[in-house]
Design a protein around this ligand. Structure first.
Ligand SMILES: C[S@@+](CC[C@H](N)C(=O)[O-])C[C@H]1O[C@@H](n2cnc3c(N)ncnc32)[C@H](O)[C@@H]1O
Length: 360
C-alpha cells in the first residue's frame, strides 16, 4: 500500500504496516462514498475492499481500518471506550486483544491511559508484536487465558485496575483461517483458540460417546436435534475418522436440512467451540475475580455474542448489584446501530453490558 500522509485538512491518516487509519467527522455513508472516490486513484483500493473491511462507530467520530485482509473489525468501539474509561490516566485491561482494534481505539481516544492486553492465541500475539511500535509502550501484552487475570496482574505489580473489557468469542481472523477449523469449510477439525491446549474438536467428534456429544450440542448450542446429530456422527464414524469441519458439516446437514439463511450446523459448531475452549467457564472465573481487581468507580464492560454468555453476565452483574458491589450502568443491554450492522454484520448479535464498582 502506498503511503498517504495527508488527505485534506479534515483527515488524519497514518500508514501502519500496510494498514491505513483514517479519522474524520463524516458519518459512515459519507465517509465510504468519499473514500471510494478519493482513494480509488491514489492507493489502488476499491470501494468494495474498503466496505468489506471498514469499521465504523456511530456518531461524529469514525475510525476506519482497512487492509487486504482484515484481522478483525472491532464491534462498537466508541461505545465500549466511552463506557470503559472513567479515569483518563487509568490502567485498563483488554482481556481479548485479537487484532488490537479495541485497544487501538482506546489509545487513540485517551492518550494517557495504559492497557494490559490478554490473548491466548499465537496469531494475536504476533499481531501485537507487529503493532507494538504504534502503541508507544502503552500496552503490555500477555499471552495467557484471561481467567488468570488476578495472578498475571499481581505478577505485573498491579493489584487494582480502572477498567476491564472483554469482547468475547473468536476473531474474524480465527474464523476465516481454514487451518483453524472454526468455519464450515475448514480443512481441519480443531477449534482451539490456544494451540497449547490438548483437546481438539476432532478428538471430541471422533471419540466421545453419542450421549456426551448430544449433551454438548444441547448445553452449549441449544441444538434441538442434538440426539439425532450425535447418532449420525457416531454412525458416520464407523466408515472412518471425521477429519475436517467440512465433513462434520455434511453429517449435520444430513440430519438438519437447509431452511433459511443460517447454516444448519451453526449451533453444533458454536457448541463445540465453546466446549473446546471452555469459554463459559473462563467467563465465569473472570466475572467472579473482577470485583476484587477493580478500583472504586472502575468499570467492567463485556461484549457477548450469544444468549449463553449474556445470561451469565447479566446474572453476575445483578448478583453483585444486589450485594452492593456493583452499580449496573446499562439498565438495558446496548446493541449496535443499524449503520454499524450494515457495515459489519458480525455486530448484529453483539450485546454490551456494563457495571461499575461502587467501593474501593
Ligand atoms: C472477538 S476477538 C477480540 C477482537 C478484538 N477486540 C479486536 O478488536 O481486534 C476475541 C479474542 O479473544 C481471545 N480470547 C477468547 N477467549 C480468551 C481467553 N479465555 N483468554 C484469552 N484470550 C481469549 C481470542 O483468541 C480472540 O483473539
Amino acid at each position: 500500500m502506498q503511503k498517504v500522509k495527508r488527505l485534506n485538512p479534515y483527515w488524519k491518516a497514518r500508514p501502519l504496516y500496510g494498514r491505513l487509519t483514517v479519522k474524520s467527522d463524516f458519518n459512515s455513508r459519507e465517509m465510504i462514498a468519499f473514500l471510494g472516490i478519493y482513494l480509488k486513484d491514489r492507493i489502488r483500493c476499491t470501494i468494495r475492499l474498503y466496505e468489506s473491511s471498514c469499521c465504523c462507530s456511530y456518531g461524529c467520530r469514525i475510525g476506519v481500518f482497512f487492509n487486504d485482509k482484515m484481522y478483525h473489525i472491532p464491534v462498537m468501539p466508541t461505545e465500549t471506550a466511552q463506557y470503559l474509561v472513567n479515569k483518563p490516566d487509568g490502567v485498563y485491561v483488554d482481556c481479548t486483544f485479537g487484532g488490537g482494534g479495541h485497544t487501538s481505539y482506546l489509545l487513540s481516544e485517551y492518550k494517557n491511559i495504559k492497557v494490559i492486553a490478554f490473548d491466548w492465541d499465537e496469531a494475536a500475539s504476533k499481531k501485537f508484536i507487529e503493532r507494538e511500535d504504534d502503541f508507544d509502550e502503552k500496552v503490555t501484552f500477555v499471552r495467557d487465558n484471561f481467567k488468570n487475570i488476578k495472578k498475571v496482574l499481581s505478577d505485573l505489580g498491579k493489584n487494582k485496575v480502572d477498567g476491564i473489557l472483554a469482547d468475547l468469542g473468536v476473531s474474524s481472523k480465527q474464523f476465516d483461517d481454514l487451518d483453524r477449523g472454526f468455519s464450515f469449510n475448514s480443512n481441519v477439525l480443531d477449534m482451539r483458540m490456544d494451540k497449547r491446549k490438548d483437546l481438539t474438536a476432532k478428538e471430541i467428534i471422533n471419540s466421545y460417546h453419542s450421549e456426551d456429544l448430544a449433551n454438548i450440542f444441547y448445553m452449549f448450542g441449544e441444538e434441538y436435534k442434538s440426539r439425532q446429530i450425535a447418532d449420525a456422527i457416531c454412525l458416520r464414524r464407523k466408515r472412518g475418522i471425521i477429519n475436517t469441519s467440512y465433513e462434520l458439516q455434511s453429517v449435520i446437514c444430513s440430519v438438519k436440512k437447509f431452511g433459511g439463511k443460517i447454516n444448519p450446523a451453526t449451533k453444533v459448531f458454536q457448541a463445540l467451540r465453546i466446549f473446546v475452549n471452555e469459554e463459559l467457564e473462563n467467563l465465569k472465573i473472570l466475572l467472579s475475580t473482577a470485583p476484587e481487581l477493580l478500583s472504586k468507580c472502575g468499570r467492567i464492560v463485556i461484549v457477548s455474542f450469544h444468549s449463553l454468555e449474556d445470561r451469565i453476565v447479566k446474572y453476575n452483574f445483578k448478583q453483585n448489584a444486589d450485594d452492593g458491589v456493583y452499580k449496573i450502568i446499562t439498565k438495558k443491554v446496548v446493541t449496535a446501530s443499524q449503520e454499524e450492522i450494515s457495515l459489519n454484520p458480525r455486530s448484529r448479535s453483539a450485546k454490551i453490558r456494563v457495571a461499575e464498582k461502587v467501593n474501593a
